[in-house]
Design a protein around this ligand. Structure first.
Ligand code: HAM
Length: 429
């Protein structure tokens, strides 16, 4: 059988069997954002290409190799967002949200990167973003980390590890960069092709190499933390103290550099050993220079983004997914009169029993088939309306998950009876 036009590589359909877990994660996250005073912002999927070049960096892998960029009908270069932070800062500036104000924001949505697809790495993926703009101290770095740690806890996830590092200021990083170029140039013969390319463009990214042949020279490379200026050192010590006080475990990872250019000082990643090669579930850091770089007044900022596909996979693998929602009641209707009467009775149930899910058979079918559908729907009760019940003004109620016998009910008493039966079912559980 033809499967029609194929989907685009690396772009997934999220099917009904999975959306329940997505909604579960989103619901917990939404409540936590509210509990920490973060407000939702929604920004466009498309931005001017220049925005990402100026923020993520002209020489970053994302900008050089991974963006979906095209000209619109006006000849303007546009890009499907590869990440959320740049667009959120742009929106803050465009709408005056950053003028003498602080903002705690969150955002959810699809991102696009032309990467090589594999498990946990897709070309369309989804992030949940949290950004705090206008806060300079390490307290808010810690707050964002606590928020993410609480999210793992509330979802029931165990085993996520926090890695933290500090990249200092652009000035201190310049010194470090020089040292690093000198070091790697002295070992040029051991560098792989990717690292040779990075040496000129983005030497810190060499530290990110996954090539085992590179691990020796990377292990001996100078550390960014040895080049920190006094203020960055103090900031980093402050963050560690907040984490220590709260009993939030972390690992110092002086080779953690991150692939986006806008980071200053704190960077961090939550990693797992449950997902294979794509082990980062949530990553972020401070970007004190970005607002100014994009045309605003200088403003400190920090944030993170988590990968929804990876988080949902973790929840499913750990057996923590809540599963698909099922209807409470399935309405079987036999014959034309019953269909007309039944649809209006179903509406009456929905009007009077808020929150109770009623699935109607729709489209006819034999008694046997309708009862089979009722059973497959997962509903607790089947309501059965045939010509006889229509004539008598009654309806049959068949409990589907217990041994209770079928009973007949006057249509006028249906709301109360269904309410009672569902309540009894709740207390049985
Ligand atoms: P990022 O590390 O590029 O940071 O992405 C954040 C998270 O998105 C990753 O940890 C990962 O879980 C997920 N992710 C990234 N690429 C893919 C992919 N191709 N497929 C599936 N999941 C992926 C940022 O995007 C920054 N904007 C984070 C940030 C916010 N920093 C400050 N504020």
């Amino acid at each position: 059988m033809s499967k029609g036009i194929p989907p685009i590589r690396g772009m997934n359909d999220i099917l009904p069997a999975q959306t329940a877990t997505w909604q579960q994660v989103e619901a917990v996250a939404r409540d936590l954002f509210a509990a920490y005073g973060y407000q939702e912002i929604r920004v466009p999927l498309l931005e001017r290409t220049e925005l990402f070049k100026r923020s993520i960096g002209e020489l970053s892998d994302i900008v050089m190799k991974e963006m979906y960029t095209f000209e619109d009908r006006n000849g303007e270069s546009l890009t499907l967002r590869p990440e959320g932070t740049a667009g959120i800062v742009r929106a803050g500036l465009s709408n005056g949200l950053l003028y003498n104000q602080r903002q705690r924001l969150w955002c959810a949505g699809a991102m696009f990167r032309y990467e090589r697809p594999q498990k946990g790495r897709y070309r369309q993926f989804h992030q949940l973003d949290a950004e705090a703009l206008g806060f300079a101290g390490p307290d808010v770095d810690a707050e964002l980390i606590f928020l993410s740690a609480r999210l793992w806890r509330e979802l029931g996830l165990k085993g996520l590890k926090l890695k933290i590092n500090s990249l200092g200021t652009p000035e201190s990083r310049q010194l470090y960069r020089k040292k690093l170029v000198k070091y790697f140039s002295a070992h040029a013969e051991t560098l792989d092709d990717d690292s040779k390319r990075r040496l000129a463009a983005n030497p810190m990214r060499i530290l990110d190499s996954k090539n085992p042949k590179m691990s020796g020279i990377i292990a001996d490379a100078p550390l960014v933390t040895d080049f920190l200026d006094k203020e960055s050192e103090k900031h980093f010590a402050g963050l560690r103290r907040y984490l220590d006080e709260a009993g939030c475990e972390y690992q110092l990872e002086p080779r953690l550099v991150r692939g986006l250019d806008y980071y200053t000082r704190t960077v961090f990643e939550w990693v797992t050993d449950q997902l294979g090669a794509q082990d980062a579930v949530c990553s972020g850091g401070r970007y004190d220079g970005l607002v100014e770089q994009l045309g605003g007044k200088s403003m400190p900022a920090v944030g993170w983004a988590l990968g929804m596909e990876r988080l949902v996979a973790l929840v499913e693998q750990a057996g923590l997914a809540s599963g698909q929602a099922t209807p409470d009641v399935f309405f079987a209707m036999l014959g034309e009169d019953a269909e007309f009467k039944g649809m209006s009775l179903a509406e009456m149930l929905r009007n009077n029993l808020g929150g109770v899910a009623v699935e109607c058979n729709a489209g006819g079918g034999s008694f046997k088939n309708q009862l089979k559908r009722a059973d497959q729907s997962g509903a607790k009760l089947a309501l059965i309306l045939g010509a006889e019940e229509c004539a008598a003004g009654t309806i049959a109620i068949k409990p589907l998950r217990t041994e209770e016998p079928q009973q007949s009910c006057e249509q006028g008493k249906l709301v109360d009876r269904v309410r009672q039966l569902l309540a009894a079912d709740e207390t049985d559980v």
